[in-house]
Design a protein around this ligand. Structure first.
Ligand SMILES: [Fe+2]
Ligand SMILES: [Fe+2]
Length: 292
């Protein structure tokens, strides 16, 4: 992606912070959230990005006429990218830590995303998103809230914060993507699809991160965050499809293709990030090219 893309994502991340970051971090700037100049810049950046996302094509063998099957097929396509297998089998401790710092967890921010996604939904879909949200909240146990578990992981392994300026453009796009969905009401179907895909893919990936942590002898406090996601996300993914997406499509059939394209967008944005992180972290084997 060119430098223009990088500027665009940096700009959007700043604007999305006005909508979504903790207020105490923003100070008086939070009052700019809906200023005409900020809104105009946001829309300009998003229009370019949306044109790129809308140009993405579903793989030819995925049939959008059955959105649930299409979601399952999309999730299965790259369920276990190369970098997760490499982490599980051969990455050094430093490389594992570097990866975790860039990845930020399978579902960073997921509680707020689920909360934003449920606005205006009803019935079974709203109930399923509430159930998912409550799991994020540790089912009422403050020590089991997912962000608290992530903080424990950060402390246990001394996870560094990597400044945006030092992250690849694809990492900025991946971080901004949730802001795009969460600050545009009209993209609610796409958001439902994107969050569903995250859930469908997180379980097996977290299991491989756990292997990496165990193999490297990580401290015990590093484990619960990935353990809980390896355990519950397969159920979250299944329930998101069957209890949130299915009843929504029954009520609003025109949402079906849009839910699937949201999953496709997330899949593409995340795949680009993982490919860049692979290039960054995985040294080529002697005699083999880095792209092998
Ligand atoms: Fe979570
Ligand atoms: Fe989940």
């Amino acid at each position: 992606m060119d430098d223009g893309g990088r500027d665009r994502f940096m700009t959007l991340l700043g604007i999305y912070d006005l909508h979504r970051a903790p207020i105490e971090r923003l100070g008086d700037a939070v009052r700019l959230q809906h200023s005409p100049a900020v809104a105009a810049r946001k829309q300009e950046c998003e229009e370019q990005w949306l044109a790129e996302l809308e140009a993405l094509q579903l793989p030819a063998d995925i049939d959008v006429s059955d959105p649930l099957d299409a979601m399952r097929a999309l999730a299965a396509r790259d369920r276990l990218p190369r970098i997760y297998k490499w982490l599980a089998r051969e990455a050094s401790w430093e490389q594992v830590v570097h990866f975790l710092a860039l990845e930020g967890g399978p579902d960073a921010d997921f509680d707020d995303l689920v909360a934003a996604c449920q606005v205006g939904l009803g019935g079974a879909a709203k109930m399923e998103l509430a159930t998912n949200y409550w799991d994020e909240m540790g089912n009422g146990d403050p020590a089991a809230v997912h962000t608290v578990l992530h903080e424990r992981l950060v402390e246990a392994v001394g996870l560094p914060t990597i400044p945006l300026a030092e992250q690849p453009t694809s990492a900025l796009a991946r971080a901004a993507f949730c802001g795009l969905l969460a600050t545009n009401r009209w993209l609610q179907p796409e958001m439902l699809g994107a969050l569903g895909l995250i859930e469908l893919q997180a379980g097996p990936r977290c299991r491989l991160v756990l292997h990496a942590l165990e193999r490297c002898g990580a401290p015990p406090d590093a484990m619960p965050f990935y353990e809980v996601h390896a355990d519950v996300d397969p159920r979250h993914g299944k329930d998101w499809l069957e209890k949130a997406i299915a009843p929504t499509i029954e009520r609003l059939p025109e949402w079906g293709p849009r839910i699937v394209r949201g999953a496709l967008w997330r899949s593409a944005v995340n795949a680009e990030f993982l490919a860049d992180v692979s290039d960054l972290l995985i040294a080529p084997k002697p005699g083999r090219s880095a792209a092998a």
